[in-house]
Design a protein around this ligand. Structure first.
Ligand code: BTN
Length: 255
């Protein structure tokens, strides 16, 4: 994968800029990075706090449904695995650069010390066949001081610097994330989704824990059994039955 990084001091959201570029034909591997976002977006319509210093806010254009060299397209039903694979890539990069091994809270939040320092937003768009694209947005609180977080995030959010006790080299981490992302993406395209999901399971911290899963207006409580080979969360309900959830629509809370 050849990455082409476009860097901006500030954007409303790298997600929107990347989507516009992709719609105008920007190639796979284009990365839109901003030092700050004024309208950063999270999953399920939430906002994403993206202050000017200390974070990594970027969106990657992928074209997994198109032939690439000798590689066949990724089947569309495997698209959700791109977000899960990205979580594995960030976890590997963070472990490599900081020495601290993060946990993944399904579907793709990364945590240290029980608090979130990274969120991932994978959005597919752009029509049928090979024309479609995926915009993979990654937000990492690298050196954001915890006191800078808005009050409602104070107890749930953290940064890598706060957890490791020292500043983390942002550009080194950025390069490492792209390197790991290229490797995971290559594996997914080569059909090794089982291997990527097995690695996801090793970082995943929800297995065996009682959780509440919300999907639309409905919610279910149960014990997380783990993640299947498609990346769906398997929840064991109190009546003993099993229910599967896909990451795009569901959110999970500890009980
Ligand atoms: C989440 O956990 O809810 C996902 C957060 C994704 C945030 C990133 S930051 C870069 C990109 N631009 C956005 O507006 N959102 C994503």
């Amino acid at each position: 994968m050849r990455w082409e990084v476009l860097r901006y001091p500030s954007l409303p959201s790298t997600q929107e800029t990347a989507r516009e570029l992709a719609a105008r034909g920007a190639p796979e591997g284009t990365v839109v990075r901003a030092d700050a976002q004024t309208a950063g977006r999270g999953r399920l319509g939430r906002r994403w706090f993206s202050p000017p210093e200390g974070g990594l806010w970027f969106s990657v254009i992928l074209r997994p449904f198109a032939e690439a060299g000798r590689r066949p397209p990724l089947p569309r039903d495997r698209a959700p695995q791109i977000g899960l694979g990205a979580a594995v890539a960030v976890a590997r990069a963070v472990a490599g650069v900081t020495g601290c091994v993060p946990g993944i809270k399904w579907p793709n939040d990364l945590l240290l010390g029980g608090r979130k320092f990274c969120g991932i937003l994978a959005e597919a768009a752009g029509g049928a066949g090979g024309a479609g694209f995926v915009i993979l947005g990654i937000g990492i609180d690298v050196n954001v001081p915890p006191s800078a977080f808005p009050e409602d995030l104070q107890s749930a959010a953290t940064s890598l610097a706060a957890e490791t006790g020292r500043p983390v080299p942002r550009d080194e981490l950025f390069d490492r994330v792209l390197e790991e992302l290229a490797a995971v993406y290559r594996r997914l395209r080569a059909g090794d989704h089982g291997g990527v999901m097995a690695e996801f399971a090793r970082f995943c911290i929800v297995t065996g824990r009682p959780v509440r899963v919300q999907s639309g207006a409905a919610w279910w409580e149960g014990v997380a059994e783990g993640v299947d080979s498609a990346g769906a969360l398997v929840l064991r309900l109190p009546d003993g039955s099993e229910r599967r959830f896909h990451g795009g629509e569901a959110s999970l809370r500890w009980l």
